[in-house]
Write a protein that binds this ligand. Structure first.
Ligand SMILES: *Cc1c(COP(=O)(O)O)cnc(C)c1O
Length: 451
């Protein structure tokens, strides 16, 4: 019998996060102050984030110790399993060896709890009592709600309006874990009221919700802001995924030829591939494929420029691939992939051609998800289903060429709260959205002029 599941013991769990910053082939362009256009200092961020996270954001240390209290919480669901997808391989008739690292076993159902518990821990250490955040599909909001509950902090979540109505169960989950949730744009902030005055029915976007949460944090003394993706410290916390996967691939006696993952802000996939990326920079033959939706194609159709992280232009300027901060993506089901920008680290590595990118359509994504669920049992979230689609394509290419490639797939979460989307797909109601050329063109005209 061939092994299906590669498990680490608790003692083999990583004790340090991996920081890629000192290993990058060229230094990461710094964030800029939105007013002056000058590089940001730590003091500029102190209103929004605790000092320890600001330090991690720019740390030159390759390895950062995971505090014991965080490790203890990690042990509730970590180490996570690495599976060999024997049954999917068989269904496809491919000689490729497909592995997937599964993060859906966390109580919140995705990788997001890895950074949520770390962020809440450091905020609590510095006396913060309340956190404000945004959420798209609700995965980040629910992860932060639970982490706040673990540490006894209050949590206010601005949830993108379209998801608030499409995915009511995520809101219930957040409320069960003690958070206060409002649909965004809301009446609770200037940013929200301004947009509602222009468009009562605005579906909202992550960019708008971020504006609201940032304003909330900046206007309350006991409150800080928490971001579930994009920033360096978030990607850092997620490296526990890749560090574990690397050991598990060693147990399997194989090194991946291709690593595939979905990118919304870039955190789950960067967390998976970053521990492998130094090997590639040092010359190892490895492809790293980022998968994004056709409806929100930041890497494949965006530009690399300094842009705001939010719609109301409250955040620092980040150099990243962006569709423009005013871009509001179509209402696809993969809510976690509806973000106009991309993590600066992922953007930088794409710019340097260390990683590649491909965009896929919604229908093909759900077809792949159903194929995967029928073979492997796990019902994937719509976000990582984008990566499943590309994994299946790679495996089918191997079938044609006879190559026995090893593919590692980042399976960031389960889709138990997305059954409405599956229902639409199974009953033939789901449609594709074209790449919104005109909307992106308009949004790109509004990029800030710097550098
Ligand atoms: C939020 C989310 C994503 C997208 O965010 P990243 O920061 O790119 O990882 C992907 N998959 C799942 C399950 C998510 O919850």
């Amino acid at each position: 019998m061939e092994t299906t599941k590669f498990m680490l013991s608790e003692r083999e769990m990583p004790t340090h996060w991996y920081n890629v910053l000192p290993d990058l082939p060229a230094p990461l362009p710094p964030p800029l102050h939105p007013g002056t256009g000058q590089p940001l200092g730590p003091a500029d961020l102190a209103r929004l984030f605790p000092m320890e996270l600001i330090k991690q954001e720019v740390s030159p240390e390759r390895s950062i110790e995971i505090p014991e209290e965080i490790q203890q919480l990690y042990r509730l669901w970590r180490p996570t399993p690495l599976f060999r997808a024997h049954r999917l391989e068989k269904a496809l008739g491919t000689p490729a060896r497909i592995f997937y690292k599964y993060e859906g076993g966390s109580p919140a159902g995705s990788h997001k709890l890895n950074t949520a518990v770390a962020q809440v821990y450091y905020n609590k250490q510095e006396g913060v009592r309340r956190l404000a955040t945004e959420t798209g599909a609700g995965q980040w909001g629910s992860a932060l709600a639970l982490a706040c509950q673990f540490f006894g902090l209050q949590c206010k979540v601005y949830m993108v309006q379209s998801s608030y109505h499409q995915k009511p169960y995520r809101r219930v989950l957040m409320e069960t874990w003690g958070a206060r949730v409002v649909p965004s744009p809301s009446e609770d902030t200037n940013a929200g009221r301004t947009i509602r005055a222009l468009d009562r029915d605005s579906p909202g976007s992550l960019g708008i919700a971020i504006s609201e949460a940032v304003e909330d944090a900046a206007s309350h003394d006991d409150t800080k802001y928490s971001l579930g993706s994009v920033l360096n410290h978030v990607l850092l916390h997620q490296t526990v995924i890749g560090l574990e996967a690397k050991k598990q691939m060693e147990m399997a006696g194989l090194y991946p030829d291709v690593i595939v993952g979905c990118i919304g802000g870039g955190s789950n996939f960067a967390g998976t591939f970053l521990p492998f990326v130094k090997d590639k920079i040092d010359g190892k033959n490895l492809r790293i494929v980022c998968v994004e939706p056709e409806a929100c194609p930041s890497l494949t159709k965006g530009v690399c420029a300094y842009d705001f992280g939010d719609t109301a232009k409250l955040t620092p300027l980040l150099r990243m691939y962006t569709l423009g901060h005013s871009f509001v993506p179509p209402r696809i089901h993969a809510g976690g992939l509806r973000y106009h920008g991309m993590a600066p680290i992922v953007s930088h590595l794409y710019h340097l051609k260390v990683v590649e990118a491909v965009a896929v359509h919604q229908l093909a994504t759900f077809e792949a998800a159903v194929t995967f669920a029928r073979a492997e049992g796990i019902l994937p979230a719509p976000e990582p289903s984008h990566a499943i689609k590309v994994t299946i394509d790679e495996a089918l290419k191997c079938k044609e060429s006879g190559e026995k490639k090893t593919i590692l797939l980042a399976l960031s979460g389960h889709g138990h709260f997305d059954l409405g989307a599956y229902d639409e797909f199974l009953s033939g109601k789901l449609k594709d959205y074209e790449y919104p050329t005109e909307l992106v063109k308009k949004a790109l005209e509004e990029l800030p002029k710097v550098g």
